[in-house]
Design a protein around this ligand. Structure first.
Ligand SMILES: [Zn+2]
Length: 325
């Protein structure tokens, strides 16, 4: 083994059933059920043994959401009368159970980052989505709250540490940019120059741009200006996603390889562990949701193989989209 630096053989996963909706609903997004569906999918694929599940973490209190949002929005979100007011913006049907899931999904991301900082040899995973479009005054496009902003502000206030998000969802994650005016010190918690990496090109240009951004990120990590990394490999950057067009299956998986190899090489170069947390973000297939879950699984297996010393063979079944014209 050439590894002098190796992470823990399992991925620590902050998951409880309270993160997912259980009731039937008419949402156009599958996001509220995503954590549960992914864990079930990993189980069906015989891969759950690689995930060390922590289900006993503290959910957010309503006050935690004030960090990134107006009191008016937060209070009305958690009150019974909200549904009709924000439904159209969110694209989600509000109910009490859905509101409660957000306290757990947002806290899951925070605990994943926190644990990766406390135990940098441990890759941590928050099987969540639905954060990166929310702005201070309201949620938008399936995203209720700016989970990254809240988590990173809590980390910054507790430890003075700064993070970078590699957000490879198919849509630009605006919640960080839109938070700078509202949240004091957000520019220190998530530095604008490198804290929110999004790629908007496609195919080979996408891969080239990702490599460039990772080279930039390396400088910030080497200079100790970025202390932890959060990788969010949204599956809606895949070309057959209902909302995607950017990457083929091979290219999408290549992005995972680039990111995890980047962390691996940099750890060896610096001879220290770099805290790494993962989140899911988008992914929508009305025709075959398993294709979305298979992509996320391929990403996680890449992480296990490159960073956790595993040697797992996994060929994701991503069904070609049939367009009904
Ligand atoms: Zn998206």
């Amino acid at each position: 083994m050439s590894y002098s630096i190796m992470k823990h053989p399992q991925i620590k996963t902050f998951y409880t059933q309270k993160m997912s909706l259980t009731q039937e609903n008419d949402n156009s997004s599958q996001s509220p059920e995503k954590p549960k569906r992914l864990i079930e999918f990993l189980s069906r694929e015989g891969l759950l043994e690689y995930f060390n599940i922590e289900d006993d973490f503290t959910p957010y209190e309503v006050e935690d959401f004030y960090i990134a949002h107006t009191k008016e929005y937060v209070d009305s979100f958690f009150s019974d009368d909200l549904g009709k007011r924000y439904k159209r913006l969110l694209g989600l049907t509000w109910n009490k159970e859905f509101a409660d899931t957000t306290r757990f999904t947002n806290a899951s991301l925070y605990h994943a980052i926190l644990t990766s900082i406390k135990n940098p040899d441990q890759v941590c995973f928050s099987p969540t989505s639905g954060f990166h479009h929310a702005i201070p005054g309201k949620g938008a496009f399936y995203c209720s709250f700016a989970g990254q902003v809240i988590a990173s502000m809590k980390i910054y206030r507790e430890f003075g540490l700064s993070g970078s998000y590699i957000d490879l969802d198919g849509h630009y994650g605006n919640s960080i940019d839109n938070g700078y005016d509202f949240v004091k010190d957000l520019d220190k918690a998530i530095p604008p120059e490198i804290g929110n990496i999004n790629i908007e090109s496609k195919h080979q240009m996408y891969l080239d741009e990702l490599k460039e951004r990772l080279e930039q990120l390396e400088k910030y990590i080497v200079e100790d200006k970025i202390h932890y990394v959060v990788f969010c490999h949204g599956a809606d950057s895949h070309q057959w996603d209902d909302m995607g067009y950017q990457l083929t299956t091979d290219e999408w998986i290549k992005c995972s390889e680039l990111v995890y190899s980047f962390i691996d090489k940099l750890q060896q170069k610096l001879n220290r562990q770099i805290p790494l947390a993962l989140s899911l973000f988008g992914g929508y297939r009305r025709d075959d949701y398993d294709s979305v879950l298979a992509l996320h699984t391929a990403d996680l297996v890449m992480c296990l193989n490159i960073l956790c010393g595993q040697d797992i063979t996994y060929n994701p079944e991503v069904k070609e989209k049939v367009y009904n014209i």
